[in-house]
Design a binder for this molecule. Structure first.
Ligand code: SF4
Length: 101
């Protein structure tokens, strides 16, 4: 709440409203993680100690060289950053551990 003066010189306390607009991709990822949801798939987290996208069988790399990106083969993948995975993200309920790990 912030005090503001109206047209008639009266001071009123006005609520501070959240700005309208779309949340950024980073904000969406953080919001989902805060609710124990996977940032990309929005599925519940598997809760297995040490399970991450980086050690999941569904993770694959698209592209080559310096321009390669981690993706999930359970997702409909676009060529854009909206479907990129972070290896450190906790595994979702579809996590499948790699053989020998
Ligand atoms: S299935 Fe595996 S790679 Fe895909 S989002 Fe879940 S944990 Fe990550």
């Amino acid at each position: 709440m912030t005090p503001q003066t109206d047209l008639f010189g009266d001071t009123r306390t006005m609520p501070v409203l959240a700005p309208l607009g779309r949340e950024t991709m980073q904000q969406r990822h953080a919001r989902r993680l805060a609710h124990d949801r996977h940032p990309l798939t929005n599925l519940p987290l598997c809760g297995i100690e040490g399970a991450t996208c980086g050690n999941c069988q569904h993770r694959f790399r698209r592209g080559g060289g310096a321009r390669s990106y981690n993706k999930c083969d359970l997702m409909r993948n676009t060529g854009g950053p909206g479907t990129d995975l972070r290896l450190k993200w906790p595994g979702c309920m579809s996590w499948k551990g790699k053989v020998g790990t």
